[in-house]
Write a protein that binds this ligand. Structure first.
Ligand SMILES: [Fe+2]
Ligand SMILES: [Fe+2]
Length: 500
């Protein structure tokens, strides 16, 4: 267990395997090579300005060679910068997809910086009397830093801001005020995009960034060039901040679709009424739907207690058992008033049916494009925990060595983010509390403490960033909410034997 307590989401990824990971690898490789080629062409088109000394033995070929070597140098810088952080900084841990996304954004911003400082200054009505350098205050780094924070995490957004500032300042004639402004405005934008569950919050983050950008631009302009253009600098800085929200909102859907991210805004859309998959869950497996809603409430409370992502917890919990669709009768929460079909089945067959809901859930999540964050939580919500409900029944088989206890474990992986761990705890405690009829808060607390201890001692939380303090806080929050929910609830038959 680690001591990390950052309020951001972790970007850990589950291990990939099989044809889908190979397919993704080739797609990403093609995307990176294609991007490098596009940027080399753009560098070439800007060759005269970027490479003013087209002389020597390279002669006329210099702009072409210069564009290729500059692309390589920039790629090397970004590889070293993000590669080092991705390997060594615990909260960064970049997947290949994140790495490519960040490099793409940095280079995109580089050309946006060139466009703003060169092309915008050429517009006659704008450019009259305003020096080119002042346009550097319009470079839209705050918007891009906000996007990185919303889609990945805060640590990565700081790394991105530094790398993007250095390259974009170089594009804007490499001046000190431009570099300082970019560092400051990017940090300010990222800092104000902490929780963005809807478009309004994104626009608000930009509006809150605007005064900081205006102040910084005015101060830097005055310090380095005197008072002549201070007003223009302040106006450009403010416009930069105000446009950050709309630009981020325009970039995010593209990033979500091209790179497979799922922002909190997308999460809120997935939690809305009328969502086809949630409607199916409600109509075909009403017991599971109710269980998922309660797990979402518990997980949200747990996330709020430790500064994890409550939106992700609530929405991922709604979908965590979608793998039960089509097999509703095999799960206790859907058997109210009916016979338990497992009574007529062998433990081995019951095990196969129950374990399959994780894999099936991942398949349905991909089919409905729920995004990586929800899919990972579906895959991890049982970790490698034991299927306690059939272990007793399978004991004779285990004693006869016809089966082993390990066969009755979920395949994993274990939870790798705090949100996945919270959902595992909420899921298991909700399932266990079903056995209690109008329990007292004390009884609920004992059940929750027992489940939390069992999960911890079983090693299910070994791969996530949850501290002991976090664990106690999550347990306490779940216990409080569950006591209120369970007190007024009718119990399910055959319940209380662990989450399935
Ligand atoms: Fe569940
Ligand atoms: Fe489950």
């Amino acid at each position: 267990m680690s001591g990390s307590k950052s309020a951001t989401r972790s970007s850990n990824r589950p291990p990939e395997n099989g044809a889908s990971s190979r397919g993704r690898y080739w797609r990403l490789l093609a995307l990176s090579l294609g991007s490098a080629a596009v940027f080399a062409v753009l560098f070439y088109l800007w060759g005269r300005e970027l490479f003013p000394r087209a002389a020597g033995r390279w002669g006329k070929t210099f702009p072409f060679v210069g564009a290729v070597t500059l692309t390589l140098a920039v790629a090397l810088f970004l590889s070293e910068w993000f590669g080092f952080a991705g390997r060594e900084v615990r909260k960064v841990r970049l997947a290949v997809r994140d790495f490519l996304f960040l490099c793409f954004l940095v280079l995109l911003l580089f050309f946006a910086a060139k466009a703003v400082t060169d092309l915008l200054a050429e517009v006659p009505t704008l450019g009259r009397g305003v020096p080119t350098r002042v346009y550097a205050y319009l470079i839209p780094l705050p918007a891009f830093a906000m996007v990185v924070r919303v889609l990945i995490n805060s640590e990565t957004s700081i790394l991105f801001t530094v790398a993007a500032s250095v390259l974009s300042a170089a594009a804007a004639s490499g001046s000190w005020p431009a570099l300082l402004f970019l560092l400051l405005s990017g940090t300010a934008g990222a800092a104000r995009a902490r929780r963005v569950p809807d478009r309004y919050r994104m626009l608000l983050a930009g509006v809150q960034t605007a005064p900081v950008c205006a102040l910084a631009a005015a101060a830097l302009e005055f310090s380095f060039h005197g008072g002549g253009e201070v007003l223009w600098a302040a106006v450009f800085g403010a416009v930069n901040g105000l446009l950050a929200g709309p630009i981020a909102l325009a970039v995010m859907p593209v990033a979500e679709s091209a790179f497979g991210y799922a922002s909190d805004i997308r999460m809120m859309e997935l939690s809305g009424a009328g969502n086809p998959l949630l409607t199916r869950l409600m109509m075909e497996t009403p017991g599971t739907f109710h269980h998922s809603v309660v797990v979402g409430t518990l997980a949200e409370a747990g996330a709020l207690a430790i500064g994890a992502n409550p939106v992700l917890c609530r929405v991922a919990a709604l979908y965590h058992d979608i793998g039960k669709l089509g097999k509703a009768q095999y799960y206790s929460e859907n058997q109210a008033g009916a016979a338990n079909v497992h009574d007529a089945m062998s433990p081995g067959l019951s095990r196969a049916v129950i374990l399959s809901h994780v894999k099936e859930g991942v398949r349905i999540a991909a089919e409905y494009r729920l995004g990586d964050r929800i899919t990972e939580i579906i895959a991890q919500h049982h970790g490698t925990s034991l299927l306690y409900c059939f272990l007793d029944k399978a004991k004779p088989m285990i004693q006869d060595r016809k089966a082993s206890e390990e066969m009755f474990r979920y395949p994993g992986p274990k939870p790798r983010t705090r949100e996945a761990a919270i959902i595992m705890l909420a899921d298991a405690t909700e399932a266990a509390a079903r056995s209690l009829d109008r329990p007292t808060p004390r009884e609920v607390d004992e059940i929750v403490t027992g489940i939390v201890n069992r999960i911890y001692l079983d090693g299910q939380l070994n791969e996530c960033d949850l501290t002991m303090r976090d664990l106690h806080a999550v347990g306490r929050a779940i216990s409080q909410v569950l006591a209120a929910v369970a007190h007024a609830r009718v119990g399910y038959p055959d319940a209380g034997k662990g989450a399935v």
